[in-house]
Design a protein around this ligand. Structure first.
Ligand SMILES: [Cu+2]
Length: 156
């Protein structure tokens, strides 16, 4: 009579394994995946700053002997103040704003112009975290700039 009791124990064990697996899958779907996809909570002032930071791509930027291209070349923007950064192309050529190393903002994702910025067009990006990002122009690698994002006085 040892066989029925051991097969009974085996059955309970099997049910426990199935329930355990089901709980594991539910946890993964309900809590683990949403946690992975969750965006950080960013103050409204940072998402919609009152001011902008503007960088002009000046006429003649495509000329390697011209020193002025991204103007100003280095600039600092403050979170919650002027962290909406705009690159305006006032030259006759198409340019890009391309980070030297890929940079992903925790809220707004990959930084860098998608393709070229045509003459007269602009590229803008809202930074939501502190960073120092050297960037360049893909077709004209001598065009270089650095954008630095710091905490604003009101958002530390
Ligand atoms: Cu360029």
């Amino acid at each position: 009579m040892s066989l029925p009791s051991s097969s009974h124990a085996y059955g309970i064990g099997l049910i426990a394994v199935i329930i355990g697996a089901a709980l594991g899958v539910s946890y993964y779907q309900l809590y683990y995946i949403p946690e992975l996809n969750a965006k950080p909570i960013i103050p409204d002032k940072v998402l919609h700053p009152g001011d902008t930071t503007t960088i002009i791509i000046v006429p003649g930027s495509e000329n390697p002997s011209q020193e002025q291209n991204f103007t100003p070349k280095t600039i600092t923007a403050q979170l919650g103040v002027n962290n909406l950064v705009i690159w305006k192309n006032t030259s006759e050529a198409a340019h890009t704003v391309t980070p030297d190393k890929p940079f992903k903002d925790g809220y707004n994702g990959d930084f860098g112009s998608p393709g070229v910025i045509k003459p007269g067009a602009a590229y803008q990006f809202v930074f939501t975290q502190e960073a120092v990002i050297p960037y360049h122009c893909e077709p004209h690698p001598w065009m270089k700039g650095t954008i630095t994002i710091v905490h604003g006085a009101l958002t530390s």
